[in-house]
Design a protein around this ligand. Structure first.
Ligand code: GRF
Length: 196
């Protein structure tokens, strides 16, 4: 019997990862040997009214909601409304794809969520991970997908992929390699959690 798993995506910016998830997974049949046969992006929620990703989600026919964090008096008040909104879609999983918010326990203790981070965690947690990873002496860069917990970028790893820095690497080429990996690894992590 076919089963549909629902996800809600949270984003704040250009939404290239949001687009890759929708394009690769939304209402696409999964392999019949896997447990779930279909994944539905029930909603995309954005906290920045001017984010370029809003147009992408709308164009791809995914219900899109803007919840502007600036209209709330505290992080807790925003997270309370966000959790309420997420729960209204009854998702099996929440996916943070470039959601630039520090989350409070109101969110982390009520929502099962995963996050994409552009470094080989536990290295380079937090902001400017790409720049710090590029400027470091490390010979490799990478991308991680992990569960969201109260501690920033510290939850259990789901998938991780690395690549070698080339001799003539620039910040631009380094970032392009990261983006290419991100667009594969996040949909793969979602399938791993929901369909195996
Ligand atoms: C990604 O690099 C992700 O690792 C970070 O935010 C960025 C979002 O990019 N958390 P996009 O909006 O999906 O293009």
């Amino acid at each position: 019997m076919s089963e549909v798993k629902k996800i809600v995506i949270l984003f704040s910016g250009s939404g290239t990862n949001l687009e890759s998830i929708i394009t690769k997974l939304h209402k696409k049949a999964q392999r019949s040997s896997e447990k779930c046969h279909s994944i539905e992006v029930a909603a995309a929620i954005c906290n920045v009214p001017t984010a370029l990703g809003i147009e992408k989600a709308t164009r791809l026919h995914v219900p899109t909601v803007v919840l502007d964090h600036k209209l709330f008096d505290s992080r807790e008040a925003f997270d309370t409304k966000l959790v309420e909104l997420i729960n209204s879609y009854e998702p099996d999983l929440v996916v943070m794809a470039g959601f630039m918010r520090i989350l409070t326990p109101v969110f982390t203790s009520n929502v099962k969520a995963i996050n994409l981070h552009p470094s080989l965690l536990p290295k380079f947690k937090g902001a400017k991970a790409i720049e710090r990873s590029f400027e470091s002496d490390d010979t490799q860069g990478g991308v991680s997908v992990h569960f969201v917990t109260e501690e920033l970028d510290a939850g259990e790893l789901i998938l991780q992929e690395s690549f070698e820095k080339s001799a003539d690497e620039t910040l631009e080429s380094f970032e392009a390699k990261i983006k290419e990996i991100e667009h594969e690894i996040l949909p793969n992590a979602i399938k791993k959690l929901l369909c195996s």
